[in-house]
Ligand binder design. Structure first.
Ligand SMILES: [Zn+2]
Length: 80
């Protein structure tokens, strides 16, 4: 189990990561949080355009992340 409490990293500055280099969880868009190793990064979309957002947040420790390869992720979803 994780040593991190829920929401512990809510106020931490965002960490730059590459989505392609994260450990996949139970789905192509889902990654294991590289900080607490217990929460998930589920990816988020804009509520209007449904475009994949660069910012994401762990479901457990609430650490925020910025996907430096978000453009590649969007291309993959478009089937480019
Ligand atoms: Zn986490």
């Amino acid at each position: 189990m994780s040593d991190f409490d829920y929401g512990e990293n809510m106020d931490s500055i965002p960490i730059h990561v590459r989505h392609a280099e994260l450990t996949r969880a139970n789905g192509p868009d889902r990654s294991v949080c590289p900080i607490c190793r217990d929460g998930l990064l589920l990816t988020r979309r804009d509520g209007v355009t449904l475009e994949l957002l660069a910012m994401d947040r762990c479901t457990r420790c609430a650490q925020s992340f910025i996907y430096d390869d978000v453009e590649e992720m969007r291309d993959k979803l478009r089937g480019v």
